[in-house]
Design a protein around this ligand. Structure first.
Ligand code: HEM
Length: 194
């Protein structure tokens, strides 16, 4: 058991093994010929990617940013040079994975265009999708380029570095605000939230 938990890769693999055993016991493999099953599978991938993305967004906003002023200056590089770059790696790629799986899911459910054009019947998820698409745009085209300057991954002058940190922080806050109605819309479409 210890050998599994000493490695993140083996821990994730163990989770997948447990799932596969569960599916075997439940007889899930016999359902794999149906479109409905693969739609469900895409929904599962989508929720996993979304949890990783929004989990990290909330980590930045609820934990890391408010903690920075309480950390002594000489210890700050542990966050800015080690923790934040790793968190940002998973953050931006999980954002992209959420968008790809979300768009595929909408297509598999047959309402990609009606949702994006906010047609009645697909309006709740359509609003959620647009909110999430704006958030993903912000991650890749505002937060990440500015974080690269703020964290010193790209070298810039002190004034530009400070401005980049401010822009990244404000946009991250903006995304946190949008995440609240976005998540409501995601769940509302199939569960009577509107
Ligand atoms: C551009 C990005 C996104 C797109 C295109 C998208 C698309 C979709 C679609 C089509 C559904 C199925 C709605 C239905 O039940 O019929 C859905 C559900 C869902 N999405 Fe997203 N989504 C996006 C972002 C996110 C994000 C950031 C999260 C964060 C966790 C998220 C979490 C969920 C959840 C929890 C559900 C509900 C599943 C259920 O009720 O069974 N989505 N999404």
């Amino acid at each position: 058991m210890g050998a599994i938990f000493q490695s993140l890769g083996r821990t994730v693999a163990a989770g997948i093994v447990i799932l596969v055993v569960m599916m075997g016991v439940a007889g899930t493999f016999s359902m794999m010929g149906s479109h409905g099953y693969w739609t469900f599978f895409m929904r599962w991938l989508h929720i996993g990617a979304g949890v990783m993305w929004i989990g990290l967004l909330w980590y930045f906003n609820f934990v890391q940013t408010p903690s920075m002023p309480k950390i002594p200056d000489e210890q700050k590089p542990a966050v800015s040079k080690v923790i934040a770059p790793t968190a940002l790696f998973w953050f931006r790629w999980s954002a992209l994975a959420t968008v790809v799986t979300g768009l595929l899911l909408a297509a598999m459910l047959g309402f990609l265009v009606p949702a994006l054009t906010l047609q009645p019947g697909a309006r709740a998820i359509g609003v959620g999708m647009w909110l999430a698409l704006v958030m993903a745009f912000n991650v890749w085209f505002i937060i990440w380029p500015n974080q690269k300057k703020a964290l010193g991954i790209v070298q810039v002058e002190a004034a530009e570095k400070a401005a980049a940190a401010k822009m990244a922080g404000m946009t991250s806050r903006f995304n946190t605000m949008l995440s609240i109605p976005m998540l409501y819309c995601m769940a509302a479409q199939s569960h009577g939230g509107f």
